[in-house]
Design a protein around this ligand. Structure first.
Ligand code: SAM
Length: 384
């Protein structure tokens, strides 16, 4: 029997409830929701499973020690006192990453440096050899989190952010982060029971995440590497068993996933990425100007997209957002349309009243995820 331990899944602001639900579905124990994070308990196999299967986690940390700190000397002494030989070889490589929410410390880079020094000094003084720093592919990635006078030391089980799924080789301008895309689709409540459309699909992130959600495909099956693969206790057989068990839970999907973009280069990129993800059987990408299209058929349609918000574009954003509203109203009856934007001014020009408005962040930009319900047979949005 593998031992159970605590883990912390980090997420984006506003996705805590969804991540909690994902963890419940996966079978995590002792789940506790915080701000931009959810903690839980599981064994090594569950750590592999969480990294492979969670759609809204950015990374998963494994806390290994915590202590009180007043200053850098305290930090150094506590880190030095830890037994690092169980995590790292004396000739191995490490990287340290620090986050600070404290008036006692100001520079996270300095804290990371001090932590690295304590570990390296400990190895040098006890073995005569010292590990070196490798920021890209370290054997161990250590996370230092200081909140007020409380310091948590964790191993980063994921390595690179979990939004790096491995399918996106072709990127467009302003591609949406995969974790954000998956979270938006889940927040929108799409359950794979009707057609899905991203009418401004760019490199196709939303389409691919939607297809994976519909088919219950773990998002990180194609990822190049997880940090735990370099750990001394790496168990490739267990990992493969977990992959197999997750693959057994995939399901059929009987609807369509459609992407439009008015830039031919974006269409090509979305197609390449869909092929990379081996989801091109479900995804159709077309070269279309959304404002000149019409919904086909009477079936219900679910839309999730991120229109341009205007930072890099020299176009009239107020008119652009008015066109979104007009197109939905005139040409997309029977559609639930969701989109995220950080252009809060242009949003006012959509001309429809949203039935939901959720505050989120796209990178550091304060944004709104809005929902417009377009009734079948009527050219009006639902007002409530
Ligand atoms: C912010 S990007 C979407 C990014 C995308 N979610 C991704 O992951 O790459 C907006 C996209 O809208 C497209 N676009 C702008 N106006 C459009 C229109 N009228 N019809 C269709 N696509 C449009 C742009 O070409 C661009 O690819």
């Amino acid at each position: 029997m593998e031992e159970n331990f605590k883990m912390i899944a980090k997420t984006l602001f506003g996705f805590e409830d969804i991540l909690e639900n994902e963890l419940i579905q996966l079978g995590a124990q002792n789940i506790n929701k915080g701000v931009r994070m959810v903690s839980f308990v599981g064994d090594k196999g569950f750590m592999y499973k969480a990294n492979l299967a969670l759609r809204t986690a950015i990374k998963i940390l494994k806390p290994i020690h915590s202590f009180k700190v007043k200053n850098e000397t305290d930090l150094y002494k506590n880190i030095y006192a830890m037994d690092w030989s169980q995590y790292l070889k004396s000739n191995g490589t490490l990287a340290v990453d620090a986050t600070i929410h404290s008036d006692l410390f100001s520079h996270s880079l300095f804290i990371a440096q001090k932590t690295k020094d304590a570990i390296v000094d400990k190895f040098r003084e006890t073995t005569g050899e010292r590990p070196s720093v490798d920021l890209k592919f370290p054997d161990v990635k250590i996370n230092v989190h200081i909140s007020k006078n409380h310091c948590n030391i964790s191993l980063d089980t994921s390595g690179d952010s979990l939004h790096k799924r491995g399918y996106k080789t072709a990127t467009n301008i302003a591609p949406i982060n995969e974790v954000l895309a998956a979270g938006l689709i889940m927040l929108s409540g799409w359950d794979g029971q009707c057609d899905f459309m991203d009418p401004m699909c760019g490199s196709g992130t939303m389409l691919i995440e939607a297809a994976m959600i519909a088919c219950n495909i773990p998002p990180n099956l194609m990822r190049k590497e997880f940090a735990f693969e370099r750990w001394p206790d790496w168990d490739v057989e267990l990992f493969e068993k977990i992959e197999e068990s997750l693959l057994k839970k995939t399901r059929d999907f009987h609807h369509k996933i459609i992407g439009y973009d008015k830039a031919p280069s974006a269409v090509k990129k979305a197609q390449i990425n869909a092929e990379n993800a081996q989801l091109d059987d479900f995804i159709t990408v077309k070269h279309e100007d959304f404002f000149k299209t019409q919904k086909g058929g009477n079936e219900k349609l679910h839309m999730v997209f991120n229109p341009p918000y205007g930072e890099r574009l020299n176009i009239d954003m107020e008119l652009f957002y008015k066109n979104i509203g007009d197109t939905l109203k005139q040409s997309y009856p029977g559609t639930d349309a969701w989109f995220i934007t950080s252009n809060l001014n242009a949003l006012k020009h959509v001309g429809l009243r949203p039935s939901r408005k959720i505050q989120l962040y796209n990178a550091k930009l304060e944004s709104r995820l809005v929902k417009y319900v377009m009734y079948e047979g009527s050219k009006k949005a639902k007002f409530n």
